[in-house]
Design a protein around this ligand. Structure first.
Ligand SMILES: NC(=O)c1ccc[n+]([C@@H]2O[C@H](COP(=O)([O-])OP(=O)(O)OC[C@H]3O[C@@H](n4cnc5c(N)ncnc54)[C@H](O)[C@@H]3O)[C@@H](O)[C@H]2O)c1
Ligand SMILES: [Zn+2]
Length: 362
């Protein structure tokens, strides 16, 4: 299956398939033929789990740089290591980077590609469920000690090759993480699809089912990015759950809770806000919370942090303008909107969430 992404700056395809790396790259010779060399950037966990499969199927010669696993590769040190490696290997403006990994490798590699010699082509080969979101849309970034994703660029890949077979070694925590973004895409776009997701557990999907849901999520993202590449308007909707979620993620220390586990908590917070500003009912919020609890999302994290700590993180969010917090909320499922919310209301709704978590059980 192929999903085209049309942005103002560039057009490319997201290719979905199962064990189809060789075939997929055979259809991308217009890109690969122009490359004087191919450099694969990956991380140690991905390479340990899937490096052999990649090497067997990838149809061209390549050099590979294996970075520290997960979020640990998204920093200045590893960014510099990549640039040094490219220079030492004699990479040029015609060299092609392949980002083989999850969102962390993808975000780092994209930023490396965006800035090496002012920009060289790159292709995303995602290996996580979450990366159906992160590999599409051209946001690239590394973390600064003072904040996540603070240093980056909008830079679109030449293509995304999504081979579902690579997902087979994903740890459970990463299934939770990625499925949050799938659920987020359903919440902002399509009530019937959301019902399909809630009708079964997030674990144990077949490859075919995963391809169905991930391609639907990618389509939602592609449509939004086509309309608004650089987040002036509708692209903000993709941040549903992320303001409070990022605060939980940051307060926990990156790497403890996964990105999507934190965002799931943020989604419930947004549903509570949406009860006030939109038409979401308490019954609906409780239903989503119950589902998330039944799938082992770690809501116990909330009680570990005072609201003031979370607030200080939320105020540092890139989406906060002049210190005023902005949330993406839902009028109803499929109808997101952006709402400014004052700190007092945030505090009240945070208390509501804490109360709800003492009352609702699976
Ligand atoms: N650019 C965007 O639009 C965007 C959107 C959402 C998230 N993100 C970013 O994406 C990152 C999170 O991405 P992620 O959830 O994919 O996490 P990740 O890349 O950190 O991967 C999660 C963990 O799973 C391991 N892993 C990855 N694939 C594996 C596989 N197939 N088998 C076994 N282990 C595997 C990784 O090494 C890592 O330890 C965050 O940094 C977030 O900021 C970016
Ligand atoms: Zn996210």
């Amino acid at each position: 299956m192929k999903i085209p992404v049309h942005t103002a700056s560039h057009q490319y395809d997201v290719l979905f398939g199962y064990s189809f790396l060789r075939e997929a790259f055979a259809s991308l010779t217009a890109i690969t033929d122009r490359a004087d060399r191919i450099i694969v950037l990956t991380d140690e966990h991905v390479w340990a789990a899937q490096g052999e499969n990649f090497t067997q199927a990838f149809p061209f010669a390549f050099d590979v740089l294996v970075l520290p696993g997960g979020e640990a590769c998204k920093n200045f040190e590893q960014y510099t290591a990549c640039q040094t490696y490219l220079l030492e290997q004699g990479a040029t403006r015609k060299s092609l980077i392949i980002a083989f990994g999850g969102g962390a490798v993808g975000d780092l590699s994209g930023f490396v590609a965006a800035t090496f010699m002012r920009g060289i082509p790159f292709i995303q080969v995602p290996t996580t469920i979450l990366a159906h979101d992160s590999a599409v849309g051209g946001k690239t970034a590394i973390n600064h000690p003072l904040g996540k994703n603070m240093i980056g660029a909008f830079y679109q890949p030449q293509a995304v090759v999504y081979d579902i077979a690579f997902l087979e070694t994903l740890p459970e925590q990463e299934i939770r993480s990625g499925m949050t973004e799938v659920i987020k895409h359903a919440l902002i776009s399509n009530a019937a699809w959301l019902e399909e997701l809630f009708a079964r557990p997030i674990y144990g999907y077949t490859a075919e089912q995963l391809e169905y849901h991930l391609s639907k999520g990618t389509q939602v993202k592609a449509d939004i990015v086509a309309e608004d590449e650089t987040e002036q308007s509708v692209r903000k909707y993709l941040n549903l759950g992320h303001t409070y979620g990022h605060a939980i993620e940051a307060a926990s220390g990156y790497g403890k809770l996964s990105h999507g586990e934190s965002v799931m908590i943020g989604l419930i917070y947004c549903l509570l806000l949406s009860e006030r500003y939109g038409n979401i009912t308490r019954d609906f919020t409780v239903r989503v919370l119950r589902y998330a609890l039944s799938q082992q999302y770690p809501f116990e994290a909330v009680a570990k942090f005072d609201f003031d700590i979370l607030l200080s993180y939320m105020q540092k969010d890139k989406k906060a303008e002049y210190g005023i917090l902005q949330f993406v909320l839902l009028e109803e499922v499929g109808k997101p909107f952006v709402q400014k919310v004052d700190a007092n209301t945030c505090r009240e709704v945070d208390a509501e969430l804490r109360q709800l978590l003492t009352e609702v059980h699976v």
